[in-house]
Design a protein around this ligand. Sequence first.
Ligand code: HEM
Length: 521
Amino acid sequence: MSSQAIPRATSLADKTWGLDSLTQARFSFDSKTTAATILTVVISLLILEQIVYRTKKAHLPGDKWTIPVIGKFADSLNPTLENYKRQWYSGPLSCVSVFNIFIVIGSSNKMARKILNSPNHAEPCLVASAKKVLDPNNWVFLHGKVHADYRKALNVLFTQKALSIYLPIQERIYREFFKEWASHKGSRPMMMPMRDLNMETSLSVFVGDYITPENKKLVNKLYWDITTSLELVNFPLAIPGTKVYNAVKARKVVMKYLESSAAQSKVRMADMQNEPECLLDEWTRAMILSKNGNSEEAKLLSREYSDNEIAMVVLSFLFASQDAMSSALVYSFQLTADHPEILEKIREEQMRVRGGDLDAPLTLDLVEDMVYTRAVVKEVLRYRPPVIMVPYLTTRNFPITEDYTVPKGSMVIPAFWNSLHDETCFPEPDKFMPERWLPNEDGSEPLAESKPQNYLVWGSGPHKCIGPQYAGMHLAATLGTASVLLDWEHHRTKDSDEVKVIAAIFPKDEFIATFSERASQ
Ligand code: HEM
């Protein structure tokens, strides 16, 4: 090897140390020594990496050694439910390392809730790339009182009054999409068409007509770049060509549309003659009305939220809801196709609550009456929870149990699967059984409701999901309406029961199905 990389002082003209003699030092290059030095440094770093990993791991289950530098990166590129389950059932706490990020997973109900409810020790980081992708200033990264105040102000967007404005918008979109699904010749993977239905519904509910139909399509397309970049661990640098780079670019464009919508809504709602027609309108009107109010909520709302702040909230709603809702929708249709007797019961209930009138507009009361359909939705979310875990980051050493402290700067991940498959309240947990959510014959609460702390579908603690009412209404209304308008057939493949993870979980074959209008129509 001829390259001479590291200059080494090999002799001095005289043996006295000083600036003069130093400048006279003759440097020569010794390639063997250079190679040896590099090798020593590399080996030392690799040994150090293992020592640090072993020290952090302590007695937790997990690999004894970590793969140098990349750790379990290969697994995180191709996550499978089987691999995850192996990890979750290896102990209430277990660990892995990916790109030298030390990750502790809390899979028992106690550990998962402890992580979610310890805001002084851990805060959500969503996924490693989330701050870059969503903008570090996004409200979801706030903490403590500022965050709690923000949430209180946002509650106005999910009141019964607000939800009743959203429902007709949703129903109009379902019916349009169902027509398209039924007119499609032959079977196809339904994950993307169902994602499109969700995106169209979310955008129309959130920003109404402030974004044109063409631009909604563009936002939908751009948002896919955001979704695919939100892997648990991504290539760490946002350099051109990487998913994170594309996602940041997409977010900037999406934000422009959302900011413009917020500005238009403020103007339209300032005129009291105009009625609120979407979530943005609910917010901007509430801001105007609360200017003179004295309640705590009025004070929180009366602050002037900028177009940028409002747009970031809507972006966070899209981020938080889009993939989880698409996952829930896909599994709702797949599981009901695989269990025709359950679909039949949904149909019976839908015909009953709608009084046989399939054109009657949906109302919140009607959705409330759909007891069985809502039990199906609850079971879909338990059986295939869209969000299987939520990454948090420790902000200081976190003594999570008496004998283990998660080091500061580690990722700490509550995993929900074990809680939702706990046979003490969900007997035969791997069976899809909506009946488990219905009251017992004597009217008492079913066993499934006996440990509400186990139902971690929406998380827990200060960052618990803000949209369960909206999500539950959307899922029951979509499935219920589809059940009376459509027939659908699932074309099962060997991958139908396998799971892939794209932020949320989906059937690996993306649910291949055929839809047709119901013969009785
Ligand atoms: C089936 C649908 C959904 C599921 C399974 C789901 C699940 C979750 C989970 C597990 C979390 C993390 C909770 C935690 O850290 O403790 C979360 C947070 C959140 N979700 Fe949802 N979600 C859904 C739909 C929605 C919808 C429709 C919206 C808004 C319209 C929404 C808005 C949010 C927001 C804003 C947060 C962050 C809250 C905060 O940091 O304070 N989600 N969701």
